[in-house]
Design a protein around this ligand. Structure first.
Ligand SMILES: [Zn+2]
Length: 304
């Protein structure tokens, strides 16, 4: 199996959202992991064409989770890829059949920027959808993909291992890391962030032992253990930071500013510069990340 990265050129920026194209080296069968948002649909279709893959060749679409930057184009693609079956976590399934609740919840976060960022989400016909659970293996592009339940960024998150190469398509469970960088940013937007679950998922990925990890934001990396450890530590550190500021009575905007200063300083220490900050912000900006962490802290306290 051959694996290619299609850069969806989100908002005209390279290296923010990827779709991964899996091709049978014998030809004739292909699969993709992640659709990207509807606003990147043309770019995705051109990417298939660039690699000589016709829409009829795509038999499988594998979604890590249903957030609009990962799966927003699914309904449109169901029309454009006549032979594709869409694979998704069971909790995500109803939102692909009927995206209206998902769109409503995204509108609460993104407001009047919905069209510019994501575009329209159409339903995926139910007979084109298959639910995958932990450890399930499904044929794809002449090989197989194995799904792993990896909650934390969202309850309904799957990562996919391609056992032949040891490549793991990590969605958002392995964080945001852009090409040429070592820095890993935890994407913690509302509404479902669960840091404890996420830490267990990172440990589960470690146990699987992939040779390389392929975050949707963006690319692929071989220093798996270093990458996972950095994410694990930063998740815990950022959670304590946000919780500490909440206890001091800081409001959301203040915390976002403080976390932004802290995060940018961390990036600088790993050799990234202000141009790079902007790219990381496109994949996960501090305001949204603080919203998600604050919500998690409040939820956990209500439970305690
Ligand atoms: Zn994402």
């Amino acid at each position: 199996m051959k694996i290619e990265t299609i850069d969806l050129n989100f908002l005209g920026s390279e290296h923010v959202i990827a779709s991964f194209l899996l091709m049978d080296e014998g030809g004739g069968s292909a699969a993709i992991v992640e659709t990207g948002p509807t606003t990147c649909l043309d770019r995705l279709m051109r990417g298939l064409d660039d690699h000589g893959v016709s829409p009829e060749d795509v038999h499988g679409v594998f979604l890590t989770h249903i957030h609009l930057d990962h799966a927003g184009a699914s309904g449109h693609l169901a029309e454009l890829l006549p032979n594709a079956i869409f694979h998704v976590h069971e909790i995500g399934h109803p939102h692909l059949v009927d995206p209206s609740k998902l769109m409503k919840s995204a509108t609460r976060i993104y407001g009047d920027r919905m069209d510019e960022l994501w575009g329209e989400a159409r339903p995926v016909p139910e007979d084109r959808l298959v639910v995958l659970g932990n450890g399930e293996e499904i044929g794809a592009a002449g090989g197989v993909l194995r799904a792993y339940d990896t909650p934390g960024h969202a309850y309904h998150h799957l990562a996919y291992l391609e056992p032949g190469s040891g490549a793991m398509f990590a969605g958002d469970v392995a964080g945001i890391r852009l090409p040429g960088q070592s820095y890993v940013r935890p994407p913690t937007p509302p509404p479902e962030v669960d840091v404890d679950a996420w830490l267990r998922s990172i440990e589960a990925v470690r146990q699987v032992g992939p040779e390389s990890i392929w975050p949707t934001h963006f690319g692929n990396y071989d220093d798996v253990e270093r990458h996972l450890s950095e994410l694990e530590q930063r998740l815990q550190d950022w959670l304590l930071f946000v919780e500490g500021h909440m206890d001091q009575g800081a409001d959301r905007d203040e915390i976002a500013e403080e976390l932004g200063a802290k995060g940018d300083a961390e990036m600088l220490a790993e050799g990234a510069g202000p141009e790079d900050y902007k790219h990381y912000d496109l994949a996960g900006d501090y305001g949204a990340l603080v919203d998600g962490l604050m919500r998690y802290v409040s939820r956990r306290r209500r439970k305690a």
